[in-house]
Design a binder for this molecule. Structure first.
Ligand SMILES: O=C(O)CCC(=O)C(=O)O
Ligand SMILES: [Fe+2]
Length: 418
């Protein structure tokens, strides 16, 4: 059977999955329709305990998620039981049901292929394949490739040891004013100049984000007044460079230090197709969702994604779904962010060691939902556990964002956590 006929057959069986995705799955299954079918049906239904390591690895240096965490696309079909009784619609409704249960979902590792599946299961993720016009997408990738030497590994301390991130980072900004993340040791905080390609790309992304935010919040009655849900305008971009399939990004949430609570982050991928993973931060054994991100795909993490989920780009052996025709295994992600307007007025410093503090939200325990400032001394090799509650009031434009009193602190809780 030729590839077109195979694709038509798969499209008939899986009307919900778009053809580009089906082609990628078919290619990753070496052209076997049977394997492709099992791969799609298997995900989300079969327990694959031996394939998942749900342990906390946030900011852990150079942890290669290797043998025990395989999402080896070419070997998945053999490892999974075939459940022929499940129709595509059944698959989708099962996945959606998992999400709604909000109970520990040990060992569920679910790959979401189509836009429809991704956005149904993860309502605060929006995805746009083939986002930029092809010429612009090619230009941005060429432009990033020509600057790849400017991307540097992040350096930070954990328990007194200096660690290096596996993927490389460069920050691009408008005016040099962005203080992206004070945690790191090196110069990556000093933003590089936005290139004309990046500026064009950002124009399209700003428009899309504002459209998506308008649509997402059109029926919302009550929203915290510190949420930026209108006139979202990215003023800096954190770029990640993954030279090959061994480079990865461990489970993390993006620090809120300069983007504030409930941020929107719009990330566009270029180059090789890698898997982006998301899981609820709590409980730690929540289902893991795999989203393959082909070249020129825009993924928008809407407000509450950082608060409720962790994400990562694993190095899983052969999790590389597809090489790029020109640049092979190399991948860039450009994450467009908007700094929180109020934070330009003042930063929060530790009362004890005077270092700048980082903003996070607590996602478990009695203080669940509170935003807090934590001393970043420990990331710099200083043993300081400075801590303050955070306080935001977008309407009054206050410039004091911290308080010692829990009663005055800002708390945001999702209905899933109440
Ligand atoms: O590379 C990606 O798709 C994710 C990047 C990311 O998580 C980050 O920059 O914080
Ligand atoms: Fe991130």
């Amino acid at each position: 059977m030729d590839t077109d006929s195979k694709l038509n057959l798969l499209a008939h069986i899986f009307p919900d999955v778009d053809k580009v995705t089906l082609l990628e799955i078919l290619v990753s299954c070496e052209g076997s329709v049977g394997k492709a079918k099992r791969l799609i049906l298997g995900d989300g239904i079969i327990d694959d305990a031996e394939e998942i390591d749900t342990s906390e690895k946030e900011l852990t240096p150079n942890i290669a998620e290797t043998s025990n965490t395989k999402v080896e696309t070419s070997t998945l079909p053999e490892k999974r039981k075939l459940d022929n009784s499940v129709e595509p619609e059944g698959l989708l409704s099962k996945i959606v049901k998992f999400q709604k249960l909000n109970t520990p979902l040990t060992n569920r590792n679910i790959t979401l292929y189509s836009k429809h599946e991704i956005e149904s299961v993860l309502p605060n993720i929006k995805i746009f394949p083939k986002f930029l016009q092809k010429q612009l997408a090619d230009d941005v990738l060429d432009n990033m490739m020509s600057q790849k030497m400017l991307f540097k590994a992040k350096q930070f301390y954990i328990a007194g040891n200096l660690c290096k991130s596996s993927q490389k980072t460069a920050v691009f900004g408008d005016s040099g004013g962005v203080d992206y993340d004070p945690v790191y040791q090196d110069g990556i905080n000093k933003p590089l100049k936005m290139t004309p390609e990046l500026i064009k790309c950002r124009m399209f992304i700003n428009d899309k984000v504002n459209m998506v935010l308008r649509e997402h919040y059109k029926d919302s009655q009550e929203m915290p007044d510190f949420l930026i849900n209108e006139n979202w305008k990215s003023d800096f971009c954190v770029g990640n460079y993954f030279p090959d399939n061994k480079s990865h990004l461990d489970w993390h949430t993006d620090k809120l230090t300069n983007i504030g609570p409930l941020p929107t982050i719009a990330s566009i991928s270029f180059g090789a197709t890698r898997i982006f993973r998301l899981r609820r931060s709590s409980p730690t054994n929540s289902a893991i969702y795999n989203i393959p991100l082909p070249n020129n795909t825009l993924l928008i993490m809407l407000p509450s994604t950082q608060e409720l989920y962790k994400h990562c780009v694993p190095t899983l052996k052969d999790s590389l779904v597809k090489q790029h025709s020109k640049f092979g295994e190399a991948r860039f992600s450009l994450t467009f962010r908007m700094s929180y307007p109020e934070f330009e007025k003042s930063k929060v410093f530790c009362d004890k060691c005077k270092k700048q503090m980082i903003l996070r939200r607590l996602f478990k325990g009695d203080d669940i939902g509170y935003y807090v400032w934590m001393c970043m001394g420990s990331f710099k090799g200083v043993n300081c556990k400075g801590f303050k509650y955070a306080k935001f009031d977008g309407k009054t434009g206050e410039s004091d964002f911290s308080t010692k009193h829990r009663s005055k602190a800002t708390r945001w809780l999702s209905s899933l956590e109440k």
